[in-house]
Ligand binder design. Structure first.
Ligand SMILES: Cc1cc2nc3c(=O)[nH]c(=O)nc-3n(C[C@H](O)[C@H](O)[C@H](O)COP(=O)(O)O)c2cc1C
Ligand code: SF4
Length: 436
């Protein structure tokens, strides 16, 4: 079992405050840390007031897209003639992302409390927590915590003696990245193949089992108790750069930094300070080459682009990439970027559900071209072909897995073209052209 690093003085530990404390995993330990006060408060509020508080907080989805959480909740119908469902997305398969598992491992009751409050807000009768199949330890911790919450009367037909029913069901995935996409996730829970569905209809209209459904990420839901306890306005005040990016964010940093790990920052924190101060900078004798800031599905950034970049939704977009899931992959000058981009393309080709031609063929073809270039058999026209393929893979498919494959390819060629050309100049075709 891995323990987290001691909190850095420049972090803002809100979700991570109790990471590493074994006692925080138990019901009593969570109660001693102020747990379930927010749920008690929410049980006295009407659903619209809970949603209003979350809207005031400015909380945005931490699963990747950054959609405003309160607004998403408000899309759910207000009548309860049909059952309503909440799905907590604990699939976390995005390469470079390892923050939701820390919430489940260390503070499972924070997630249970967040799920319970969200259920009250959207009038859901059940919350399904969809946990990635490989998450053995987080699953065991969550299983224990949910059983304890039922035994203590937090969950069940009479939640905390309120007369209200709150139910949580844990559902294990089987190791498919695509099942993190919200509609594939719902298919998977229903026992179908995890293929994304065409939208509309959107989940708030026809989601799980055809009923109104909201899907939220683990980190999004775990942030809700603090918002109910301390108020949406307080949470909205946690912002260092753009007022549209509020609260704290867990950033999982991996790769060539001296101290990889999960860091909690206030949104707007300077990216350069995150890499060089909190994470200790590059390994001795090495310099920074590239950063993929939001999980592998977003454009690659250059060292110049991380200068003065605020780590928040708008700040990273202004520098040509996206905050995404907050999984930051840092690469130094020892990195072969062409090889790393090929590995990403190969991952997406493997994980494509194959429903859409542009994704099924595009991810596989992109991988083959990159492998050909790496083998020294690339053609001068390959870079244009890759860019053309990427264009055909973007914005034309049922879900954005296809776009995700194209993002590192396009940004890699645009920003690090010399690395591709170095491979091409070593190919037999280039040698023949030179000797002609
Ligand atoms: C291919 C693919 C994989 C995804 N994987 C995840 C995931 O593992 N966890 C997650 O929370 N969101 C994932 N998402 C985003 C979800 O579809 C959805 O937007 C998110 O769970 C909504 O929660 P939020 O509003 O709280 O961010 C993925 C999306 C795509 C297209
Ligand atoms: S884009 Fe790819 S993963 Fe998404 S639905 Fe189409 S084929 Fe499946």
């Amino acid at each position: 079992m891995g323990y987290p690093h001691p909190s850095h003085p420049r972090e803002t530990p809100l979700l991570s405050e109790h990471f590493g404390e074994l006692e925080a995993r138990s019901y009593d330990g969570w109660l001693a840390r102020g747990g379930y006060q927010a749920l008690r408060k929410a049980l006295t509020m009407n659903p619209d007031d809970i949603i209003a508080e979350v809207k005031t907080s400015g909380l945005r989805g931490r699963g990747g897209a950054g959609f405003p959480t309160g607004l998403k909740w408000s899309f759910m119908p207000k009548d309860t003639a049909k059952p309503h469902y909440l799905c907590c997305n604990a699939d976390e398969s995005e390469p470079g992302t390892f923050k939701d598992r820390e919430i489940m491992r260390w503070t499972p009751h924070a997630l249970i409390e967040g799920c319970a409050i969200a259920q009250l807000a959207i009038r859901a009768e059940v919350c399904y927590v969809y946990i990635r199949g490989e998450f053995t330890e987080p699953y065991r911790v969550m299983e224990r915590a949910v059983a304890e919450a039922y035994a203590k009367g937090v969950l069940g037909a009479d939640a905390l003696g309120s007369g209200r029913r709150i139910e949580i069901v844990l559902h294990r995935g089987a190791g498919a990245y695509i099942c993190g996409e919200e509609t594939a996730l719902m298919n998977s829970i229903e026992g179908r193949r995890g293929n994304p569905r065409i939208k509309p209809p959107f989940p708030a209209v026809a989601g799980l089992f055809g009923m109104p459904t909201t899907i939220n990420n683990v980190e999004t839901l775990a942030a809700v108790p603090a918002i109910i306890n301390r108020g949406g306005a307080w949470y909205a005040g946690l912002s260092l750069s753009n007022p549209k990016s509020t609260g704290t964010k867990l950033i999982s940093v991996c790769g060539h930094v001296q101290h990889p790990g999960t860091y909690e920052i206030t949104l707007g924190f300077p990216m350069k300070d995150l890499i060089y101060d909190l994470c200790g900078g590059m390994r001795p004798g090495r310099t920074l080459k590239a950063v993929i800031p939001g999980g592998s599905s977003v454009p690659i950034m250059t060292p110049g682009e991380i200068e003065d970049c605020a780590t928040d939704y708008e700040g990273i977009v202004a520098r040509g990439s996206m905050l995404g899931s907050g999984g930051m992959i840092v690469m130094d000058d020892s990195t072969d970027l062409v090889y790393q981009i090929m590995r990403l393309a190969r991952f997406y080709a493997h994980e494509s559900c194959a429903q859409c031609t542009n994704c099924r063929e595009g991810t596989a073809w992109t991988t083959r071209i990159l492998q050909r270039i790496l083998a020294g058999e690339g053609k001068a026209s390959d870079l244009d072909l890759l860019l053309d393929l990427s264009e055909q893979m973007t914005g034309r498919t049922i879900c954005v897995l296809s776009d995700s494959c194209a993002a590192p390819v396009v940004s890699g060629i645009q920003k690090f073209r010399g690395e591709f050309e170095a491979y091409l100049s070593r190919s037999p075709a280039a040698a023949m052209a030179a000797s002609a």
